[in-house]
Design a protein around this ligand. Structure first.
Ligand code: AHR
Length: 303
């Protein structure tokens, strides 16, 4: 029943191998860019990729991983929606020696040999960067509302934590409302509409991703205010649409989060299949864009 990875005698990566990729879904522009990066890289390297869209459901992602195990893929890529609940299925993969590589989001497991490596950004640091930018922009004073990412996901938990950590140093800056917008434009808009109705004192929005900030900007406009001017918006991802909006003065700052994880993921896969060690965490370095840099950065942005 064991299906050992197709290692070559020389320890070089195998020529032909198959990867199963369990993706969360297509909630955001960032997510779509990540999917494309993995698909493009598979094609470039001639790797057979089995792609499963989890449609935002952890159960579907678990089913997909099980089906990859049944199909005896050589490597599994998993972008886990939430942090918990993965142990049983990961143990099934480990039992038959199929290495698992986590893409972008981390998980909580008691045994970290259940995955080989995690390719990610430092989400806590992204939250800190957003808060530091906002503190400067607001002179350490003001009412902020927070649009959180998907409940239970690593980026929502970590971005909330990093932001709160920095805000603790500014007693006159307060998060007056905080709710999930599930990383989507539609939910970001809906939640912001409710916030605006309930509270006329909102001065800034901290959104855990660009899509929710773009949705919030629409809600602000429809409420007769100017996003980017009457209400400051800072978010995370650095996707093209957000940089365009910054250029147009409708968003103010976006902290980058690199979705182009395909090349690194296949590099790691090939090292693992060749029997080499890979670091447990491979972290992308992120920058930030605001009114002073977005327009200049746009022409060369890859996502
Ligand atoms: O896990 C990364 C996050 O997931 C991105 O910041 C967000 O846009 C996406 O949905």
């Amino acid at each position: 029943s064991n299906s050992p990875a197709p290692e070559t005698k020389t320890g070089a990566a195998p020529k032909k191998y198959t990867v199963g990729f369990s993706q969360i879904g297509a909630e955001s522009a960032w997510r779509t860019a990540e999917t494309k990066s993995v698909q493009d890289e598979a094609q470039k390297r001639g790797v057979t990729l089995k792609f499963a869209d989890g449609q935002q459901k952890q159960e579907l992602q678990i089913q997909a991983v099980r089906s990859f195990i049944a199909q005896k893929v050589d490597v599994i890529f998993l972008a886990p929606k939430v942090e918990t609940g993965w142990e049983p299925v990961l143990r099934e993969a480990k039992r038959v020696n199929i290495p698992v590589i986590l893409l972008d989001r981390g998980i909580k497991v008691s045994d970290d040999s259940l995955y080989k490596t995690l390719l990610t950004s430092d989400f806590v640091e992204e939250g800190r960067m957003a808060a530091n930018w906002l503190a400067k922009r607001m002179n350490g004073k003001g009412n902020i509302v927070e649009l959180q990412g998907t409940v239970g996901s690593a980026p929502a938990n970590d971005r909330k934590q990093g932001f709160a950590e920095v805000l603790a140093k500014f007693p006159d800056m307060k998060v007056t409302r905080s709710q999930t917008g599930d990383f989507t434009i539609a939910k970001g808009k809906e939640v912001m509409e409710a916030f605006l109705k309930a509270d006329p004192t909102i001065q800034a929005v901290y959104a855990h991703n660009d899509d929710m900030a773009l949705g919030a900007a629409q809600a602000i406009e429809e409420a007769g205010k100017k996003p980017g001017k009457d209400i400051i918006l800072v978010s995370i991802d650095g996707v093209h649409q957000a940089l365009e909006a910054i250029k147009d003065g409708k968003l103010n700052c976006s902290v980058e989060c690199n979705p182009l994880l395909g090349p690194g993921a296949f590099d790691a896969a090939e090292q693992i299949l060749a029997g080499k060690d890979v670091p447990k965490r491979i972290v992308s370095k992120d920058q930030q864009f605001d009114e002073s840099t977005a327009a200049q950065a746009l022409p060369t942005r890859k996502y």
